[in-house]
Ligand binder design. Structure first.
Ligand SMILES: [Zn+2]
Length: 321
């Protein structure tokens, strides 16, 4: 009986195999010393630091528990649009012009993204991204009838470069009919796209990779059932299994996993004032960083000259040295 890699993912998500069992490689990448060339970068939308650490304490997130997990402060706006814009560009909302989920008209240029910076340094690497929210991580021009203006979603400028071959693979739900993906892609749908990216990389022979994937969960579930609900917890358990599976497949030298914001409290279905985000890595990290520090940290880990970038990157390297 021979299992395919995807069978292992299904079994892992179903909790039928523990990481490390049955040929699945151990999900504990060794910390690299010099610049790394294999980097996995993931986002669990809305995964509140308090909830995640609580579930880790119960032993429910074994793969995340192998990483160093620290609190990150989501500020000033504790929502998805501004949060992901800050994380991926290393810029603040004053420059991105993505201020809140409703107040935005993105100025983010492709050149400002971490993906572009890595592509310039490493033309032959496999670089991919998956965004899973049609609205808050979208890439379209939206007509706002009430305000009488057109608004550019965060990745409006980026997508032109990405689709023209800047990215090895690029996926945004706006590329598909709404009936296929929904406004927020389901956990399973996103994971399907993620396995395609991994398969494509593994077949590519590329000398390095930056593989990025954003899941709309547990945020989407939190809005329906509340933070800490059985449904919310089940999402995190699934995401943890996918994390372990992906680390086993890719054997990354560096893993970064973040959330863009938390939730107001256990039981809450909103995140109006929810700064308790999280950041995790196989590399030791400083606690209480900010979202724009993530770009700085990822690019520094890849050995890029972050201090020379224009516009100047906000933030600092959160790795403990
Ligand atoms: Zn939300």
């Amino acid at each position: 009986l021979k299992f395919s890699r995807r069978d292992f993912l299904k079994l892992a998500v179903a909790g039928a195999v523990a990481a490390g069992a049955s040929g699945l490689p151990q999900a504990s990448p060794a910390a690299a010393s010099g610049p790394v060339s294999r980097c996995l970068w993931l986002s669990w939308d809305g995964a509140d630091w308090r909830s995640v650490t609580g579930l880790m304490g119960q032993g429910l997130l074994p793969n995340l528990s192998r990483l160093n997990v620290v609190r990150m402060i989501a500020s000033p706006n504790t929502a998805t649009k501004a949060g992901h814009s800050e994380v991926i560009t290393g810029q603040g909302c004053d420059r991105t012009n993505v201020i809140t989920n409703k107040r935005y008209n993105s100025d983010i240029q492709a050149e400002w993204t971490a993906f572009y910076r890595v592509r310039k340094a490493h033309p032959r690497w496999f670089i991919s991204s998956i965004m899973s929210k049609r609205d808050h991580t979208g890439d379209h021009l939206i007509h706002d009838g009430q305000a009488g203006i057109n608004r550019k979603q965060p990745w409006f400028h980026f997508k032109t470069w990405a689709k023209a071959g800047g990215m090895s693979r690029y996926f945004n739900p706006s590329m598909t009919p709404l009936a296929e993906t929904g406004k927020d892609m389901t956990l399973d749908y996103t994971t399907g796209r993620f396995t395609e990216d991994i398969d494509t990389y593994l077949a590519s022979g590329a000398p390095g990779f930056l593989i990025y994937c954003h899941w709309a969960q547990p945020d989407h579930t939190g809005h329906q059932h509340g933070m800490g609900s059985p449904e919310w917890n089940a999402d995190l358990v699934k995401l943890d299994a996918i994390l372990g599976w992906a680390i086993g497949e890719l054997q990354p030298e560096a893993v970064f996993l973040y959330s863009d914001h938390g939730f107001d409290d256990f039981g809450a279905k909103q995140h109006l004032d929810a700064p308790e985000a999280m950041l995790a890595s196989n590399l030791p990290l400083t606690s209480d960083g900010l979202r724009w520090d993530v770009a700085y940290t990822v690019l520094s880990t890849l050995g890029l000259p972050v201090q020379t970038f224009e516009p100047r990157l906000r933030g600092r390297d959160l790795r403990l040295t």
